[in-house]
Design a protein around this ligand. Structure first.
Ligand code: FAD
Length: 455
């Protein structure tokens, strides 16, 4: 291990890091501090290093790198990137190996509290972190990548009525108990929400010997990837109740019963349609929210649709030198896209520090707007001077549709078409990607483009 860099030992990240001294970490400003060592943070750090930064530090609050992938023991990761079906830990392992090869500094059990900007300094970003090993620490950086992932919505967030017995878990918490702690969470299970985590847990708990009585979904369609509906429910004969919700939870100490009812078009329960399930466990898989306490504390502009930062095509937030990627930016369904986006952020952070990034654009950036049936688009702005040859836009639609076109227009919803793609089927659960070219965007008079779903 070098004096300035805490390299990872194969045996234990935490031990290697405990051996690094506080003074060494803070001796000189870092070129890049990456907040969060999940797949996004790892890919951003590697890309920044390979683009010329040598003082890169990853701060991760858990005691190992890899983020949520460490509890995803199922396969299906990396099909796009590695053309292989990997488990979550295997996918993360490939990037951790790259971190080790480059001896990129990592500090585990270090929670970042906030990031502030102090103009006039060579390293104007101040990252404040706390750790049981080092206590409170102030770290200076020339650039920061925020890759803090996302968290699950809880029972409180959706207001499920009824008693407050034990046995109600978020699906991700249950996944952690089962896959990492080796604990079974229950025997007779109802799952509310058909997002991917709920679907994957229906199969996982079945394989662990539990009886999954129902997956209940408020919307008239599943919120998970089609492949997960087939492989996790249909293959195991687990019933999916679409347009239903949980209207009551009953139990004294432990959950005893869940009452489910059909909902109308306004998603209100229809009296008389109740079904009772005798069960000891209710899993909630009712949505993910980007985790952006650090971004908010730094006064980064947040998009109320994504709950993540507003970024340019460089993944730069409203604060120069602060970048965002992965689930902290918007919730992804495939980690392959997380890695791709994070590499973009890492490369751009390196250009920012090395001074090779295009100068800050005096011209007004092009705003990217959500048009008809589009819930959100990332990036939300295009900085004109920094346009790469290919400009991918990521978006989610607002409902299930068949036979539509994704259309990008200049100006407003009646402006000229810059790009269109025909889609036989679109769904909110599946992130869409539409790639613009620099030629199509560079000479635009308009200050905005609109992405819509059209017939
Ligand atoms: C159940 C489940 C199943 C999935 N299945 C698939 C699949 O089959 N295929 C697929 O491609 N993808 C799948 N995914 C998605 C994939 O796991 C995510 O897209 C990916 O993990 C997101 O990476 P991330 O780095 O943005 O976030 P995370 O993996 O959440 O990493 C964020 C990291 O930031 C750290 N952090 C947060 N705040 C701070 C702070 N203040 N200070 C320091 N550290 C901090 C966290 O501890 C965490 O380690 C699945 C996800 C889940 C939950």
């Amino acid at each position: 291990m070098t004096s300035e860099r805490a390299s990872l030992s194969a045996a234990s990240n935490a031990d290697a890091l405990r051996a690094s001294s506080s003074a060494a970490v803070d001796a000189a400003p870092w070129e890049l501090v990456v907040v969060g060592g999940g797949p996004a943070g790892l890919a951003a750090a590697v890309a920044a290093f390979d683009s010329g930064l040598k003082r890169v530090l990853i701060l991760e609050r858990e005691n190992e790198l890899g983020g949520v992938l460490n509890q995803c023991v199922h396969n299906g990761f990396g099909l796009r990137r590695f053309k292989e079906e990997l488990t979550g830990p295997e996918y993360a392992g490939r990037f951790i190996d790259e971190i080790k090869k480059r001896e990129i500094a990592v500090e585990l059990e270090a929670t970042v509290l906030d990031v502030a900007r102090e103009d006039g300094s060579e390293a104007p970003l101040v990252v404040r972190a706390a750790s049981p090993t080092f206590g409170f620490r102030t770290i200076r950086a020339k650039s920061v990548v925020l890759s803090t992932g996302c968290r699950e919505r809880t029972r409180g967030a959706i207001g499920v009525p009824g008693d407050r017995p034990s046995g109600v878990f978020t699906a991700g918490a249950a996944q952690r108990y089962v896959n990492r702690e080796g604990e079974q969470v229950g025997r007779r299970v109802v799952i509310l929400g058909s997002g991917d985590i709920g679907l994957i847990m229906a199969r996982r708990l079945t394989l662990e010997g539990a009886k999954v009585l129902a997956v209940v979904e408020l919307m008239p369609y599943s919120n998970g990837l089609t492949r997960n509906v087939v492989q996790c429910l249909q293959d195991f004969d687990i019933p999916l109740y679409l347009a239903h919700t949980v209207v009551r939870v009953e139990g004294d100490r432990r959950l005893e019963k869940v009452v489910v009812a059909k909902v109308d078009e306004k998603r209100a329960p229809i009296p008389g349609t109740e079904i009772e399930f005798d069960c000891d466990t209710l899993l909630l898989s009712v949505g993910l929210i980007p985790e952006n306490e650090v971004a908010r504390a730094a006064n980064v502009e947040i998009d109320r649709r994504t709950n993540g930062p507003v970024v340019s095509q460089r993944r730069e937030t409203s604060i120069p030198g602060v970048f965002s990627c992965g689930n902290a930016l918007h919730v992804h369904d495939l980690v392959d896209f997380v890695s791709e986006e994070a590499e973009e952020a890492g490369r751009n952070a390196a250009e920012f520090v090395l001074g090779t990034a295009p100068a800050a654009d005096a011209a007004t950036p092009i705003a990217v707007r959500n048009g008809a049936y589009v819930n959100y688009v990332v990036p939300q702005r295009l900085d004109r001077d920094a346009l790469p040859e290919q400009i991918p836009l990521f978006l989610r639609v607002s409902n299930n549709f068949a036979n539509k076109r994704l259309v990008v227009r200049a100006g407003d919803a009646s402006g000229p078409i810059l790009k269109e793609l025909r889609r036989q089927r679109v769904a909110p659960a599946e992130m869409e990607r539409i790639v613009l070219t620099r030629d199509a965007v560079a000479g635009l008079d308009a200050d905005e483009i609109v992405v819509s779903l059209e017939d």
